[in-house]
Design a protein around this ligand. Sequence first.
Ligand code: ZN
Length: 146
Amino acid sequence: MSIKKIDHLGIAVRSLDESIKYYETVLGLKCEHREEVPSQKVRTAFFAVGEVHVELLEPTAEDSPIAKFLAKNGEGIHHVAFGSDDVVGQLAQAKAAGAQLIHETPIDGAGNKLVAFLHPKSTHGVLTEFCQPKGGCSCGGDHHHH
Ligand code: ZN
């Protein structure tokens, strides 16, 4: 079990369409994937930046965690996601080391991944995600083949 890389940065936005426009026209990146994630009540859009992705998150409901984040903080960086080969193991280690878990067990995330979060109160201010590609996908978790 180990963290392999920063998989993506999650950024909370009010409008996917408006923010995609920014990333495409100002930064010249290309949106490669859009997906709704019902378990987290968000719509997401992904941009590849080298090996790391930027994940834009727009809430789909008022009780979405992203809606609450936007109300409190406005748009901005929401979480940092560490790619691991064993999310369950990461959670167990984090818990044993005293971190507060938001998810005791991984949930379904975007891009056919298992994800779980640590509470920012116990991570020095950064909402921390662990993610791991689900089995059955031969691409190794980097979804460049949409
Ligand atoms: Zn994420």
